[in-house]
Every structure is written in structure tokens, then in C-alpha cells.
Design a protein around this ligand. Structure first.
Ligand code: OFO
Length: 165
């Protein structure tokens, strides 16, 4: 595999672990302000991020490539309200999308067709990830951070079967 592509895939493995940390941190934030519905949503997201990391790890193993594990940064947790936290989730996912786009381009430019196909799953997944947080944010933006309405959304998320513990 091309050296730069391998280096960036290893970095992406680290970013997925960071993403899990970010959503665990966000879950703590929501638990501390008694919003268990939002906490459940981001905790499920953390679980998905760990799956993404595992997918990249397994792919590098299957390709017999060198895996480099790097330190995971601690996320910033200075959210001022629930909307701020979910905005952070959306902008983080947009950043991750840009990283996958770069990886895809590099795989294509280095004619690594197996990696190009492997990355397609992530490109599609990012559309869903952005959509999930954008949809949630639209609901929150419409009510302008009114506490009672945010709590109403939280209660609905808590019973929403789409999100599991
Ligand atoms: Fe792994 O997709 Fe979010 O960050």
C-alpha cells in the first residue's frame, strides 16, 4: 500500500477512537444535566465509532499492513447548552467526512482499488451520520433553546426505539 495512504488510514483509525471519546464525553455532559434521551443517542454513536475503528483495524490486518496506534486526544467539553453540543457533533462529522473524501481520493490516485472499495462504505455512512445530527439540530434550532421544548425532545429520544443503550 502507498505509504501516505497507510499513514492516513492509521490516523483515521485514531480519529474514529477519538470520535468514540467525543461521544462518550457528550454522554457524560447530557447525563449531568439530566437529559438521558440525548445521552442515549450519543452513547449509541460512540458504539458506532468503535465499530468504525474496528473495521479499519481489520482491513489493515487483512492487507498485512503495519498498524500504528497513537494517543487519543481528550475532547473539549465546554458545551454551553444541548444545542451547542449537537452542533459540535454535526461539525465533527462534517470534518470526518472531509477526511474520508481525502482518503478516497488518495486511494484512487494511487490506484489502490481494494481500498477505494473499502472506503465506499464509510463515504455512505458519513451521509447518514451528518443527516442524523442535522435533523436533530433542526428540531432544536426551531425552538430556540427553550428549556421545556428541549426536555420534550429529550423525553421522545429516550423512548425512541431507534436508539439503543
Ligand atoms: Fe466514524 O463516523 Fe462519526 O465520526
Amino acid at each position: 500500500m502507498d505509504n501516505k495512504l497507510l499513514e492516513n488510514l492509521n490516523k483515521q483509525l485514531n480519529k474514529e477512537m477519538y470520535s468514540a471519546y467525543l461521544y462518550f464525553a457528550m454522554s457524560n455532559y447530557f447525563i449531568n444535566i439530566n437529559m438521558e434521551g440525548f445521552a442515549k443517542v450519543v452513547r449509541q454513536q460512540a458504539k458506532e465509532e468503535l465499530d468504525h475503528a474496528r473495521k479499519i483495524y481489520n482491513y489493515l490486518v487483512a492487507r498485512n499492513e503495519q498498524i500504528t496506534l497513537m494517543p487519543i486526544d481528550a475532547p473539549d467539553t465546554n458545551w454551553i447548552n444541548p444545542t451547542d453540543a449537537i452542533k459540535n457533533a454535526l461539525s465533527h462529522e462534517q470534518f470526518i467526512t472531509s477526511l474520508f473524501n481525502e482518503l478516497f481520493e488518495l486511494a484512487r490516485n494511487t490506484k489502490d482499488y481494494a481500498t477505494e472499495v473499502f472506503l465506499q462504505w464509510f463515504i455512505e455512512e458519513q451521509v447518514e451520520e451528518e443527516d442524523k445530527f442535522r435533523t436533530l439540530l433542526e428540531k432544536m434550532d426551531n425552538i430556540d433553546n427553550c428549556d421545556c421544548e428541549i426536555m420534550h425532545i429529550d423525553r421522545n429520544l429516550k423512548i425512541d426505539k431507534e436508539y439503543v443503550e
